[in-house]
Write a protein that binds this ligand. Structure first.
Ligand code: BES
Ligand code: ZN
Length: 395
């Protein structure tokens, strides 16, 4: 037993490295950990009453993951930072900006583009989405520090480049991050009337296996999140092919290093904020292909914008009237929408199921297409919703 836990300790230390020792975590998460830990974990400071900053030294990290997983049904559930100062700054800014991000009105949420939207959504092809999921999950993993993590992001870059070939209003780039090798991918289609107003659709490109699964572990991540990237790719294909010329700038993003604490999206959202970019709406697609609930689409209410969420619900009623949808909560900043939210931007996260009915195979070697029924039928619904979102946000 002792040897086993030592081994696990070694592996967990190894996979995350010495960087990013500081985490920000909500009270529920911290309490659960403190209750179980033999050592008392001290929250060093707390600018926000419900957020704590903790130094996750390597001997605590295994316990932390255990508790998060077994008590709270989270996979990690915290955001990592390099230094204490960075964590403090993050909490301070998150507090200031998240109120606006939650309740502000950032766009004119009208629905009147039926002709364009209906045509686009009729062209969504399940088999195209399926093929992209298959390709992405064929990498041993897409881990942020692994060779295959670097390669798979380059593959996405290549695919997106091909999809917008011949359009001189489009540009695709790989974004470097300072502290790890995997790059994020950004595709931009420049707006013809309001190029400074930006609509973002994104999802994470990386995958991970287990809590101590590092660069060598098998992590197909077919649902988490090849499904989201494949859904986004299908949206790009149809927008690009139709010759649709957006008035606002559209950006499609594949974020690096989400699975280890929202690192890639945090970098990008921070950069957008510090350069005063006017992002009027963000849609996060993370896990779109496992139908675990009786509802088709579940809107996450935390770390998202209320008004935009209502708008997305209305888009489903208008364009996908045969689908059922509802609301649920992640309970913590569970994906990249939280990075945007904490930077003051309005985000929504339409999810594949209720939280409690989630795909239990994520973060294991069994997160495969076969284990989602072998088709991309569920993801196709999200591609249609994404198309409706883009066109109706474009005014
Ligand atoms: N796709 C998941 C988030 C998720 C899981 C949402 C289940 C809803 C239900 C994401 O890739 C992930 O694993 N997030 C981490 C948090 C992150 C801050 C490391 C998690 O859920 O623990
Ligand atoms: Zn995940």
């Amino acid at each position: 037993m002792k040897i086993l836990s030592l081994l696990l300790l070694f592996l967990s230390f190894n996979s995350f490295g010495e960087d990013y020792q500081w985490i920000t975590i909500d009270r529920t998460g911290l309490n659960a950990f403190q209750e179980h830990s033999l050592e008392s974990v001290e929250a060093k400071s707390s600018a926000m009453s419900d957020i704590a900053i903790v130094n996750l030294s390597e001997d605590k990290s295994f316990d932390m993951h255990e508790v998060m997983h077994h008590d709270l049904n989270r996979c990690a559930g915290y955001i990592r930072h390099k230094t204490y100062e960075e964590a403090v700054q993050y909490v301070k800014e998150a507090k200031e900006f998240s109120k606006l991000a939650e309740n502000g009105i950032f766009a004119d949420y009208k629905i009147d583009q039926q002709k364009i939207v209906n045509k686009l959504i009729s062209r969504v092809e399940e088999n195209v989405i399926r093929k992209t999921i298959t390709k992405l999950s064929s990498y041993n993993n897409r881990y942020y520090k692994a060779e295959t993590g670097v390669e798979s992001s380059k593959w996405i870059h290549g695919l997106w480049k091909k999809l917008v070939e011949g359009r001189n209003d489009a540009m695709v780039k790989l974004v470097n991050h300072k502290n790890w090798p995997q790059q994020s991918i950004i595709l931009q289609i420049k707006g013809s009337e309001k190029p400074n107003e930006i609509v973002v659709i994104g999802g994470h490109a990386d995958s991970i296996a287990g809590f101590f699964g590092g660069a060598g572990s098998r992590a197909p991540g077919a649902d988490d999140n090849a499904s989201g990237i494949a859904t986004i790719s299908e949206i790009i294909r149809l927008i690009a092919k139709s010759g649709y010329k957006p008035k606002r700038t559209i950006m499609f993003m594949g974020y690096a290093a989400e699975e280890v604490g929202l690192l890639g999206s945090k970098d990008i959202a921070k950069q957008f904020k510090s350069t005063n970019k006017d992002v009027v709406g963000v849609l996060q697609l993370d896990m779109t292909n496992f139908q675990g609930s009786n509802l088709d689409i579940v809107m996450m209410t935390d770390y998202t914008n209320k008004n935009q969420n209502e708008f997305v619900g209305k888009l489903i009623d208008e364009y996908l009237p045969n689908l059922s949808w509802g609301y649920d909560r992640c309970g913590y900043g569970c994906s990249d929408h939280a990075s945007w939210h904490n930077a003051g931007y309005p985000a929504s996260m339409p999810f594949e199921s209720k939280k409690g009915d989630m795909n239990r195979r994520i973060h294991t070697k069994n997160d495969t297409l076969e284990n989602m029924g072998g088709t991309a039928d569920h993801a196709s619904k999200f591609a249609k919703l994404g198309l409706a979102f883009l066109v109706e946000m474009d005014r």
